[in-house]
Design a protein around this ligand. Sequence first.
Ligand code: NAD
Length: 298
Amino acid sequence: MSSTVAFIGLGHMGGPMAANLVKAGHRVLGFDLVPELVATAGAAGVQPAGSAAEAAATADVVITMLPAGRHVLALYREQGLLAAARPGTLFVDCSTIDVADARTAHEAVVAAGHRALDAPVSGGVVGAEAATLTFMAGGGEAEFTAAEPLLHAMGRKAVHCGAAGAGQAAKICNNMILAISMIGVSEAFVLAESLGLDHQALYDVASTASGQCWALTVNCPVPGPVPASPANRDYRPGFAAPLMAKDLGLAANALRAGGVDAPLGLKAAEMYAEFAQGEGAGLDFSAIVRTLRPGGPH
Ligand code: NAD
C-alpha cells in the first residue's frame, strides 16, 4: 500500500533513503534546512516542501534523518512538527541519537496524540543508496508492523528490538563491539609487525580461527588481505572515524548513566574521540591502526 511520507533531513543518508521510498511508489514530501539538498531530492522525485511542518501536515508517516537528538527534539517540539501533523501520525526517527533522547522523543510523540518508532540504521551511505540498510527498531509491535513496508523499501532487514529506545540501544551496543574489535584487530597486526609475522599470514590464520570478526574479514585495517577494505584506498571511508566517535560517545553516555563498568568501551570512546579530532577526521575508522604503531601515527 502506498503511503504519504514526510521526509525531514535529506543529507548523506536521508537523500538516498527518500529517493528509494519514491522508487517503491510512495508519495514523499521532503524538507531540509539546506535548499540544495531539497533540490537534489526533487530530481529523484521527492516533492519539495517549504518547511518540515508543511511536509508533515498531510503525511501518514514522518521520517526524520537528522544529526543528533537535540535536532530531533527541537523539531518535534519547539519547531512545531508534532503540532502540525494529523492525529495518529506515525513518527519514525532513523537518526542515531542518545537512548535517553529517543525515549523523551517517544513520550513527546505519544503525548501529542501520535505514534512513535526509533529506527536507526546500519549500512552507511552505500546501504542507503542501494536500499540494503539494516533497521533496528524500538517501539510497539503495531508501530513496527505499520513501518515495515517503508523500512523494507529503504533496507534489506528490519529487526524489532523492543520498546521505546531499544533500536538506539542495539545500534550503540553493536558499534561498541565493532570499535573494540577494530582496535583489537589493529593491535594484533601491529604486534605481528613487531614479531616479523606477515600481515597475510596472520590474516590466513585468524580469519578462519577464533580471531575471526567483521573488523578483520571485511574491513581489514591493513592493506592487502581484503582488497575491498578502506586500507587499500588510503583509508577513504567507509565508515568515517567521526561517525564512530559520535556513536561511541552515545555508548559512553549510556554506560555512565547506567553505572555499567565497561573499561574497553570507555577506552575505545576516548581513543576514537581523539583520533576523530585529529588525523582521523576524514578517514575510515580502521585507520586507527596508524596511531597504534610504535612511535605514533604512520
Ligand atoms: P548529514 O549531516 O549528511 O544529514 C543530516 C541533515 O539534517 C543535514 O542535511 C541537515 O541540514 C539536516 N537538518 C538538520 N536539522 C534540520 C531541521 N531542523 N530540519 C530539516 N533538516 C535538518 O548526516 P547523515 O550522514 O545523513 O546522518 C544522518 C543520521 O544518520 C545521523 O544521526 C548519523 O549518525 C546517522 N548515520 C549515518 C551514517 C553514515 O554513514 N553517514 C550511517 C549510519 C547512521
